[in-house]
Design a binder for this molecule. Structure first.
Ligand code: GAL
Length: 686
């Protein structure tokens, strides 16, 4: 039985208590053929769409000359969409600027890591420090907020577009120095924190500091880490500068920014206090390689965005058919678009939105999938598929605003990833941190167990189980949080590379894992062996052999019970996995990288012991290939999504009792799903 914490619905905007179904809409591209706008309205209704995201790249149309605004196209479009039953997510246009702005104020353009000044081009190439760019963005955002902030059609704000990248201009270099001065107070503190006496790289003053790049200092790991932190902080600050003028005019405004899949450059956890709800753009490589893996990885990010604000998020962009920027731009097979859309909803999205509404006629995205093709009518396979999703969303409206109750969380942490990747040790090329997090997430995905994704310093108290793969960086706060979590009855599962460095990337002294974690886990990690890619290690667990890949840590049990042992090489007989009771909880440690089977075995014991709620009855090996299940809840009802990502029909999937079939009608206790099929079911919580 789920431990329910979701008693109320939580909407992106209380005034719009429904699912959003819509798209990025660029009517300014069709300003000379306005009959297309009217056609768009007709098609919007036929597609069962109720929302359009506008203004994302409209700056040149909105401010054709400095200080001279022309809102006529936006006025007209917002009224049209609203009159036709739709609402608007209004974007701020900072993702791409007009030519005049870059020509007159070149400081707004980026400088790359090698010192090259970018010319006016592309998009997303602004300097995030430039006072002029910030001022210009504030001005246009204020004007937009004054004009539309209180318009009943505008239910939310889309701040910029996919913030990303870094700028190395003199303004950013100076801002970086100020950031470090503020953080460390004195250059002596910084030198200490960076261990900069190494190679005589001691700084005499903050003025000597340069951003790490291929032509500057890169050997100081604390500096590299702080540069990532600075890039994040400067972007967050830039975003605040965008949000403030909107909220000043319209206190109730709900803002988000569209984030990405596997984005490496910024610590997205730092975005959470500036946005009212999370949103992201999802473009998985369906139909390539292992479809289960594709589905699970996409699910990971849905779980992440839901966990970020602990409430429903928006799927801001997805393609209804294909993209134009994968190496091979394959069409989604019939059914896959509906399934991928429902996947987002199953994980907590309150929207299905597309890039883009109508295919542009020219430029780089003219062949990117869209709801409306160049052909221009509703008579396409893709349009029909979108309309189908719209009808489904209308049918399951009562699910909008509901939450997801997860008893398990995986720790995935950007700072940890940056530090681990920077460490010159282990395997040089790829530490596979994210892949390792996926591998543990996959265990839960395959068994239909809801799972959150959290950072290393998150509040863990509500979870029965925390899995912390390769948690290399632990500062005092992390150490304290993990310790008290276990002490108070939590179950913690950690792996090799735990607790090796602090938050300025200095090694912890006195043995790994850091400080108290040695007591919590009852182990000491003395050394770590990295295997060549063509080598494997061997582990024995309950008389059965398991293969080890990449990493084998040589640990000693110091109070922990040994669960598995190495069976090969000079460390045969050393512990390979342990468990230790600490306070009221338990701490498991897996010292080697397995191929999946070992963690499945151990986690299935742990899941049994903790009685983790499974959304479907599943065997120890999990659900049939390609099948998974997720639930949302309003506290009284459980809404069950069963998804089949395989290319085969899956028959007779048993449910946990009786469910109402929200799409097909009637009561069911078993279901069958065609290839790319899904079911959405409902039951009262007992
Ligand atoms: C996104 C971007 C959109 C569009 C889309 C194409 O990353 O936000 O503007 O370019 O990709 O897939």
């Amino acid at each position: 039985m789920i431990a329910l914490s979701m008693k109320e619905k939580n909407f992106v905007n209380e005034n719009f208590r429904k699912f959003l179904h819509g798209a990025d809409y660029n009517p300014e591209q069709w300003i000379e053929t306005k009959e297309i706008w009217d056609e768009d309205m007709r098609l919007m209704k036929l597609a069962h769409c109720n929302e359009m995201s506008v203004g994302i790249f409209s700056w040149a149309a909105l401010e054709p000359k400095e200080g001279e605004y022309d809102f006529s196209f936006l006025d007209e479009i917002i009224e049209k969409v609203y009159a036709n039953g739709g609402v608007i997510i209004l974007a701020t246009p900072s993702g791409a600027r007009p030519h005049w702005l870059a020509d007159k104020y070149p400081e707004v353009l980026r400088v790359d890591a090698t010192g090259r000044k970018m010319h006016f081009s592309a998009r997303h190439n602004h300097c995030f420090t430039s006072p002029i760019y910030r001022k210009k963005v504030r001005e246009i955002n204020s004007a937009l907020a004054e004009r539309y902030g209180k318009h009943p059609a505008v239910i939310a704000w889309h701040i910029s577009n996919e913030y990303g990248g870094e700028c190395y201009c003199p303004l950013c270099q100076q801002a970086f120095r100020n950031f470090l001065r503020e953080k460390y107070g004195s250059i002596q503190n910084l030198n200490r924190a960076y261990w900069s006496s190494f190679w005589s790289h001691t700084y005499d003053s903050f003025d000597q500091i340069e951003a790490p790049s291929p032509i500057t200092e890169q050997s100081i790991h604390g500096l590299n880490l702080d540069w990532h932190r600075f890039a994040t902080a400067q972007t967050v600050d830039f975003m605040k500068n965008e949000v403030e003028p909107i909220k000043a005019v319209c206190h109730q405004a709900k803002v988000t920014t569209n984030m990405m899949f596997e984005y490496y450059g910024y610590d997205y956890y730092q975005f959470k206090d500036v946005i009212d709800f999370a949103s992201w753009d999802s473009y998985p490589l369906w139909h390539s390689g292992n479809q289960e893996e594709t589905a699970e990885r996409c699910a990971f990010w849905h779980d992440f965005y839901r966990s970020l604000k602990k409430k429903p998020f928006l799927l801001m962009e997805s393609t209804p058919s294909l993209v134009n920027w994968h190496e091979y731009n394959k069409l989604k097979r019939p059914g896959m678009d509906n399934l991928a859309s429902m996947q987002a909803v199953a994980h907590g999205s309150d929207s299905v939105q597309y890039f883009q509404w109508r295919k542009s006629r020219g430029s780089v995205e003219k062949f990117h999938g869209a709801v409306v093709d160049h052909e221009g009518t509703e008579n396409t396979r893709v349009f029909r598929s979108v309309a189908k999703t719209g009808k489904i969303l209308e049918k399951i409206q009562e699910i909008a605003g509901t939450g997801v109750d997860a008893q398990v969380a995986i720790v995935y942490d950007w700072e940890n990833m940056w530090a681990l990747d920077d460490s010159q040790g282990f395997a040089a090329k790829d530490k596979k941190y994210l892949e390792t997090c996926y591998a543990y997430h996959r265990y839960f995905w395959k068994r239909g167990i809801n799972c959150d994704i959290v950072d290393r310093n998150a509040d863990l108290s509500k979870y029965k189980l925390i899995v912390a793969p390769m948690l290399y960086m632990t500062d005092a706060r992390t150490e304290e949080s993990l310790t008290s979590y276990v002490e108070n009855g939590g179950t913690l599962y950690a792996t090799y590379a735990l607790g090796m460095v602090n938050d300025t990337d200095l090694c912890h002294l006195g043995g790994f894992p850091a400080g108290k974690l040695k007591e919590v886990f009852g182990i000491w990690n003395e050394e770590i062996d990295t295997l060549y890619p063509d080598q494997t290690g061997e582990v024995t667990f309950r008389g059965k052999k398991y293969i080890a890949h990449d990493y084998c840590e040589l640990i000693h049990a110091r109070g922990a019970k040994v669960l598995a042992e190495y069976a090969k090489d000079f460390y045969a007989g050393y512990p390979a996995a342990t468990v230790h009771t600490y306070g009221k909880g338990k701490a498991y440690y897996q010292a080697f990288r397995d191929g999946g089977d070992f963690k499945d075995e151990l986690l299935s014991d742990i899941s049994e012991e903790l009685n983790l709620y499974k959304n479907l009855p599943s065997s120890k090996d999990g659900l049939p290939f390609g099948v998974t299940a997720h639930t949302r809840t309003d506290g009284e009802n459980r809404f069950l999504f069963v998804e089949n990502y395989s290319e085969d029909e899956v028959k007779d999937i048993s449910l946990n009792g009786n469910y109402e079939d929200m799409l097909g009608g009637g009561e069911v206790t078993k279901i069958s799903l065609p290839a790319y099929g899904f079911a959405i079911l409902k039951s009262k919580i007992q």
